[in-house]
Structures are given as structure tokens and as C-alpha cells.
Design a protein around this ligand. Structure first.
Ligand code: LLP
Length: 422
């Protein structure tokens, strides 16, 4: 992760030492590198430069307003999955006309909001949803631009919780049904066919599943064109491009583009991509302070002030995150230990690493949980009544606190004691 590097044994984000950030903003702390995030977008965009393309950042991966703003300024569109995400894009200055709206459970108020904003497209996941969108559009005297999210029925060989393109998944419309649904869409007033969409899963580390899925979709694209001549404008190939957490060797943007481009070039359609993790994953870390080092006869535990409520990926998916000392130990302190790195929460699942080889650490020292820019803060909760961490954005030597740390007092602000208990 080039954005995070040691200089004179001090881990930096771009030009700024992480230690200095914690001195100022406390721990645990999310730190993001704008240069890395925008650089990833530019790499992907350059890799697809021979095609008409729109890269729609999957806001669910990191929805901080400054992250969205930085990407919007660099020309990104957005893949959103709720009215809340759409609102964030608007608030951050993103263009709603470059927003796709996906998700299996869009509500009527969300559909209405998206229609009024004039979004790029609804990625429709079922027939009842299509009818709902059409009805709302007719009531508002608008036409809703739609693509069907088609489930190509392939196995992307990733964690089962983030695999979405298999037959048994809740997502999308089965490939075999899709043409019939497009046919139905043509006869419904209120919707306009614009595209075909797929998304097969997340953290995919080879090009083969993408190629396979795209190839399976091509006959459908031809059939939809025959059905509705001139209607199709785009093919959205989804997100899911993996990153390196440990020893994975995911394709680079260029390798990925080279693998899929031959199947996309001749289509004459705009190609949409929906990367989340690829843009932000290795652009963020979670810095945490060691509270205690606890030895039991069986094990050694490094207890940190961050916990599963701050970063749930290890608990939920057994994900690997590298853990680095913010200050590299020298001399005899370089001795290694094997420990579980755990948080203060009352659950055995509250760990960042188990049986991990680490340099010796002591109370008060800082650790960086790496590759935490995607699905980190966005999945954080207040479990155990813990305030969520602050977020800082770095650009070169510039530092901005882009979300202050929650205060314990705020956690009960919106709660009320029931009248009969007063
Ligand atoms: N498009 C759609 C329709 C999606 O459902 C997703 C992610 C993306 C794009 C972006 O996928 P990416 O490029 O980030 O792989 N919380 C899990 C990941 C859940 C992914 C959900 N959908 C994790 O921490 O690994």
C-alpha cells in the first residue's frame, strides 16, 4: 500500500505521520489517503480509455462526504443502494445524473426521490419492483430509466457472504428470465429500457469469473437490442475487483481491462463499472492504541481500543487485515510475539487477528489495521455503547478532520424514556 509507508521508522499516510494524527484527534482513528483513492479511479479510467465508460463508485464501501466529493471532482459517477446514499452524493456535490440506484428492496419514497433527482438509471432486481417503479413514474408523469440487474449464475470463488451472481442468490433476475422481463418492461408505461447490469460478487481476485459472466450476458444483450432497437445505451459490468489484503495477487486495472475489453469493444455501448473496494480499500487504515497486553497460560492477547464495532470484517468474514506498528520497534524490541489482537467488546468474535506474528508491543503504542478504507467505517456500529471513531482525510501534507469522533453523550441524544416510566 504505497499511500501508507514508513519514513524513519514512522508509519505515514502520504506526508503525515500517523502518530501526529492520533496526538491531535485521538484513537481509534480512520485515516484515508485522497491521493491513493483518486489515483485508483484514474488508473481504472485509463485502463478502459478505449471504451465509452463511466466509473460509478460504490458508495456503500466508504460514504464519507469528502471521499465522495474527491471522487466526484475527478469525474466519477456513483452506484447507490438507498435514498440515504443518494442524498449523500447530492450533499457532497456529486451529479445525480451520474447515479445508478441498485438494491433488492427499494422503497416507494426512495424511488420517488430518485426519480425527482433525475438519476442515470434504476438497476431493477425483480418484476414486482419494476411494476412499482413504473407506477410511481406514471403518477409523477415521468419516465424511469431502467436496466435489469441480471444474475448470470456463475461462481466468482469468493467468500459466500459477498458472492452475488450464483443461481441461489437473492440478487438480480435469473438470466433465463431476463428477456421476458425486458419484454414486460416495454409494455409498461413509465419505464424506459436503457441498459443491462450485472454484479457477481466482491473481492474477486482473478479475471476469469468476470469474463465468464460477461460472455454469458452477450446473447441477452443482442436479444434486448432486437426487442427494443435503439434503446440500449449501456452495459454495467458491476464491481467486485479485488485488492491485496495479504498475499492475493488481484489483477491490476490494466490486466482486468485487457481481459474484458475484447468482449465489450464491439458492442457500441457505454460500459459502466461499479468499483468500491478497488478505489478505497487500500486507501484507508484504522489506527488503534494498545490498552493492555494480557498473558494467559494458553495465549497472549493484545487488547486495543478499537473493536469489532469499529471494523467488523474480521469478525464477520474472518477477513485478514495486516497489522503494523505505527512506530517500528528497534533493537531488542524487534522480538516477535504470537498473539490475538482483540478489542474490548464482550464477544469472542471481537478480534482483528488470531495467532498473528507481531513485533512486541506495549501499552500505549499504536497499531495500524491496514486495508480498512472499504467496508470499515460504513459498517461501524455503536455496539456496547461505543462512540464511533473519527475520520481524517490526507492529501499530501494537508490534513482534514472529515468526521469528528462521536461523543458518548450523543449516543443517547435521540432516545426517550417511555411515558409510563417517567
Ligand atoms: N455493485 C453492487 C451491486 C454491489 O452489491 C457491490 C458490493 C459493489 C458494486 C461494490 O463491490 P466492490 O467493488 O466493493 O467489491 N462488506 C463486504 C463487501 C460487501 C459488498 C457488497 N456489494 C466486505 O467487507 O467485504
Amino acid at each position: 500500500m504505497e499511500a501508507f509507508r514508513y519514513r524513519a521508522d514512522e508509519l505515514h499516510c502520504e506526508q503525515v505521520p500517523l502518530q501526529r494524527l492520533v496526538n491531535r484527534y485521538g484513537a481509534p482513528l480512520y485515516v484515508y489517503s485522497q491521493t491513493h483513492i483518486v489515483g485508483q479511479l484514474q488508473q481504472l479510467d485509463a485502463a478502459f480509455c478505449r471504451l465509452d465508460r463511466l466509473i460509478c463508485f460504490a458508495v456503500k464501501a466508504n460514504s464519507n462526504l469528502s471521499v465522495i466529493r474527491a471522487l466526484a471532482r475527478s469525474g466519477a459517477g456513483f452506484d447507490t443502494v438507498s435514498g440515504g446514499e443518494l442524498r449523500r452524493v447530492v450533499e457532497a456535490g456529486g451529479d445525480p445524473r451520474l447515479c445508478a440506484f441498485a438494491g433488492v428492496g427499494k422503497t416507494s419514497p426512495e424511488i420517488e426521490y430518485a426519480l425527482r433527482l433525475g438519476i442515470y438509471c434504476f438497476n431493477v432486481e425483480s418484476e414486482p419492483e419494476l411494476e412499482m417503479i413504473a407506477a410511481i413514474a406514471r403518477r409523477l408523469r415521468r419516465r424511469a430509466p431502467i436496466a435489469l440487474r441480471v444474475n448470470p449464475g456463475i461462481d466468482p470463488h469468493t467468500h459466500r457472504y459477498v458472492s452475488t451472481g450464483k443461481h441461489e442468490s437473492k440478487f438480480g433476475i435469473p438470466l433465463e428470465r431476463a428477456l421476458a422481463v425486458y419484454r414486460a418492461a416495454r409494455t409498461l408505461g413509465g419505464v424506459e429500457i436503457r441498459g443491462v447490469q450485472m454484479h457477481i460478487g466482491s473481492q474477486i481476485t482473478s479475471t476469469a469469473p468476470f469474463v465468464l459472466a460477461i460472455r454469458k450476458m452477450l446473447p441477452l444483450i443482442a436479444q434486448v437490442r432486437a426487442l427494443a432497437p435503439g434503446a440500449l445505451q449501456f452495459f454495467d459490468i458491476g464491481g467486485g475487483l479485488g485488492i491485496r489484503y495479504r498475499r492475493e495477487r488481484p489483477p491490476t486495472a490494466a490486466v482486468f481491462a485487457r481481459a474484458v475489453e475484447p468482449y465489450l469493444r464491439g458492442l457500441g455501448l457505454r460500459i459502466l463499472l461499479e468499483p468500491g473496494r478497488f478505489l478505497v480499500g487500500n486507501g484507508g487504515v484504522l489506527v488503534t492504541r494498545v490498552l493492555y497486553v494480557k498473558r494467559t497460560p494458553a495465549k497472549q492477547f493484545v487488547i486495543t481500543d478499537a473493536a469489532m464495532n469499529d471494523l467488523i470484517r474480521p469478525a464477520l468474514y474472518d477477513s485478514y487485515h495486516e497489522i503494523l506498528p505505527v512506530r517500528k520497534p528497534r533493537g531488542p524490541r524487534r522480538r516477535m510475539i504470537t498473539a490475538d489482537v482483540v478489542g474490548p467488546i464482550c464477544e469472542s468474535g471481537d478480534f482483528f487477528a488470531q495467532g498473528r506474528r507481531l513485533a512486541t508491543v506495549a501499552t500505549g503504542e499504536l497499531l495500524a489495521v491496514m486495508s480498512a478504507g472499504a467496508y470499515g467505517m460504513v459498517m461501524a456500529s455503536n455496539y456496547n455503547s461505543r462512540p464511533r471513531p473519527a475520520e481524517v482525510l490526507i492529501s499530501g501534507r494537508h490534513v482534514a478532520l472529515v468526521r469528528p469522533r462521536e461523543k458518548v453523550e450523543e449516543l443517547t441524544d435521540c432516545e426517550k424514556i417511555a411515558a409510563w416510566l417517567r
